[in-house]
Design a protein around this ligand. Structure first.
Ligand code: ADP
Ligand code: SF4
Length: 685
């Protein structure tokens, strides 16, 4: 297929200092939980983006010295020459596809807890640490500043030797010492590095000049700069000091990579920021000040938006982290006119949650993300089955849809049966809740694919029992029957359930998603699961006129959402909507009209009026069909997938469906061995 002429502009080369990007698609630095601990996985992931058409592919924040030690997180590391070969794996993987490789050098200042090295953290002034509970950071003296510049120069030299085409100076996300020096709230020094903006910019300027001095003419020098803190007049604002920084440094870097601070603002979820391109209004003026190319991000997935931003003179390069994670082949699909095949990011930040937990990246939309090296998965390619096989997939939630789609891609004749009147399972149901509408893309992408295939039959309103399945005569059966929320309160606190009177009114999340409205009167939402759902339900119901008390055994609302950078917004939103929040309390007993609570620390008992109690505690697997099929003659392959194997995130269900389809027909021992594939430490050095 030919792409629309309107998108030609996206495929123009862009000169960045001494190097040229082959097009305008630019994967900005993003963490992936691989870094220095898993360099082969890192290289394979970045190489995949290059193969998918990203003209520039960057790595992630890369520690330049042991005083910037982010352990236990696996970021990039370039402390000395021994780190060069691992990084070279990545540049080679990216160059193989004609793309440029970028590296984000970072000294993390008071953001580096130095838990591994036990070095004292460095900062503009004596200060409590930004991240973790390590000793306080100490103010950098003149020798420290000279050292920092020396380390940065060395790192730049090593980065060039590792083959990087673009080398960053990084002042963003509050995560680097350069950024901390820029901001008055971190820097009230009285020497030439504090006070006036010129003084606070001094360190950044020196790092840029040093880097240009070391690698200029060979590699481009990029500046990643947070132009606005989204905190109003008390902080850096794009139109005030943000603009002034751009004016002060306008022509110094070869590239401006501009975003907002902190990370929770830069990577907002669709739950709290539905609009893509929300960042561009902060940086619209940058190109008027500098002649150097500008890259910006905004969860861009629409080629129309991208082309318009270039035409309007806002951006030269279309930056992306999450859209490139959800679809590493996004540029290729635009190039080849396959727009409807783009797997659009849903803005859920499950990718971020992996990094926050210190494990390799995963993605709700793209189950191959993070598995490029370990399992050899390719987002666009899957091996055909040896012969045309027939497969039945029961259940059309995220696991069933993904499994059916991948089996069909492999050449199987697929029958997909769904008990309900609509496809999509929990994705459709959850996407109907406040703030989660973008999640429907998980279903839309897969249905769009399935509906175009001639080897797929889809049946709705078809609740299958074991006899129905056997009657169909399809020998390969994948059971994706999902899970239901428990009604008995069983969960992390009440391991055997809560004592509930027969006349008490209890609801589950499934009831709400099925359209049941709580009866008028006080409503208690009890969260003993600690994921995102109870908070979402509270937001949804807060507008319905109920007086709501959110009771949780946790110490804050929806603790999991700390990993998705949403927690503060969740709690703020509930407070603003008038929801009463009761933390560290367990529901022990429910009678008609009353919940009996116990403090999780002291056991002290209290009562709470509750006409209805909505229990969000644990899910129950739907196993009846699978159990009935076990041991039946006539089936050559029977496999349970998705939430029915263990309820989790939508990402887990998609992954499970994908894995089952990939592994179908493979030797079982080989499948098991995949779990053991890892990068081990070599006993050298
Ligand atoms: P997952 O997250 O694992 O994909 P979901 O709960 O989203 O699971 O989806 C499970 C789907 O399976 C639901 O849409 C449900 O209606 C369907 N389902 C459950 N039991 C049967 C059955 N016996 N026959 C057909 N469909 C079923
Ligand atoms: Fe987008 Fe969610 Fe995938 Fe992250 S995990 S890239 S936010 S779809």
């Amino acid at each position: 297929m030919k792409r629309a002429d309107a998108y030609d502009v996206l495929f123009e080369p862009v000169r960045i200092g001494p190097v040229t990007a082959r097009n305008r698609f630019y994967q900005v630095p993003h963490c992936n939980g691989m870094g220095h601990l898993r360099p082969r996985a890192e290289a394979a992931l970045r190489g995949m983006k290059a193969e998918g058409g990203w003209g520039v592919v960057c790595n992630q924040e890369t520690e330049i010295h042991p005083t910037s030690d982010l352990a236990p997180y696996a970021e990039g590391r370039l402390w000395d020459d021994r780190d060069v070969p691992a990084l070279r794996l990545m540049t080679e993987a990216v160059h193989r596809h004609g793309s440029l490789a970028g590296i984000e050098l970072a000294h993390n200042g008071n953001h580096a807890p130095n838990l591994l090295t036990r070095a004292r953290a460095l900062a503009p002034v004596d200060t409590i640490l930004e991240a973790g509970f390590a000793p306080q950071a100490r103010a950098m003296d003149k020798q420290d500043l000279r050292n920092l510049r020396h380390w940065h120069r060395n790192a730049a030299r090593r980065a060039r030797d590792a083959g990087f085409d673009i080398i960053y100076v990084y002042a963003g996300h509050y995560m680097t010492v350069a950024h901390q020096f820029l901001l008055p709230q971190y820097n009230d020094r009285s020497d030439e590095y504090g006070g006036s903006l010129e003084n606070r910019v001094r360190l950044t300027r020196e790092l840029l000049e040093d880097t240009l001095d070391v690698v200029g003419g060979e590699s481009a020098v990029a500046f990643r700069f947070a132009i606005d803190e989204m905190l109003g007049a008390d902080a850096m604002q794009a139109e005030e000091e943000g603009r002034a920084v751009v004016e002060l440094l306008a022509e110094l870097p070869d590239l401006w990579d501009v975003n907002v601070a902190g990370w929770k603002n830069d990577s907002q979820t669709t739950r709290f920021q539905a609009e893509d391109s929300y960042q561009t209004r902060y940086l619209e003026f940058v190109k008027k000040i500098t002649s150097k190319p500008v890259v910006g991000v905004g969860r861009f997935t629409s080629p129309d938006t991208m082309a318009a931003l270039v035409r309007r003179g806002v951006l030269d390069l279309i930056g992306a982290a999450r859209p490139s994670i959800a679809d590493p082949f996004l540029p290729k699909k635009i190039e080849e006119g396959r727009i409807d095949e783009i797997r659009e990011c849903i803005g859920c930040n499950i990718c971020v949650s992996a990094d926050m937990q210190g494990v390799p990246i995963r993605c709700t939309q793209n189950p191959t993300m993070g598995e490029e090296w370990r399992r050899g998965w390719h987002p666009e390619e899957i091996e055909s089955t040896a012969d045309e096989q027939a497969a039945l997939v029961v259940g059309s939630g995220p696991a069933g849809l993904e499994c059916a789609m991948q089996l069909a891609r492999r050449g199987c004749h697929v029958t997909l049966a769904e008990a309900g009147r609509e496809l999509g399972g929990r994705v459709r149901r959850e996407a109907g809740l406040t703030g989660l509408s973008a999640w429907v893309r998980v279903m839309d992408y897969r249905l769009n694919d399935l509906r175009q295939r001639t080897n797929v039959d889809i049946f709705l309103d078809s609740e299958l029992g074991a006899e129905d399945v056997l009657e169909l005569g399809v020998p390969n059966v994948f059971v994706a029957t999902g899970s239901r929320w428990r009604r008995d309160g069983r969960g992390r606190t009440a391991r055997h359930g809560i004592e509930i009177a027969a006349d008490a009114t209890i609801l589950t999340p499934d009831d709400i998603m099925d359209g049941t409205q709580p009866v008028p009167g006080p409503l208690v939402i009890y969260d003993d699961e600690h994921g995102y759902l109870a908070g979402v339900l509270a937001e949804q119901l807060a507008g319905s006129g109920h007086s709501i008390t959110f009771v949780t055994t946790a110490h804050l609302v929806s603790p999991f959402t700390e990993f998705t950078l949403e927690q503060e917004r969740v709690q703020k939103s509930l407070i603003e909507k008038g929801v009463t929040i009761v933390t560290a309390q367990a529901v022990e007993r429910i009678e008609k009209g009353v919940c009996h609570l116990a403090c999780v620390y002291s056991g002290r008992q209290t009562r709470l009026e509750a006409t209805t109690t909505l229990l969000v505690t644990q899910r129950e697997r739907v196993l009846s069909l699978y159990d009935a099929l076990l041991g039946q003659a006539g089936l050559s392959h029977l496999e349970l997938i998705g939430d029915a194997t263990g309820p989790g995130l939508i990402a887990d269900a998609v992954y499970s469906g994908h894995k089952a389809a990939r592994d179908f027909g493979r030797d079982r021992d080989a499948v098991e061995m995949d779990f053991f594939r890892r990068e081990t430490t070599a006993l050298v050095g």
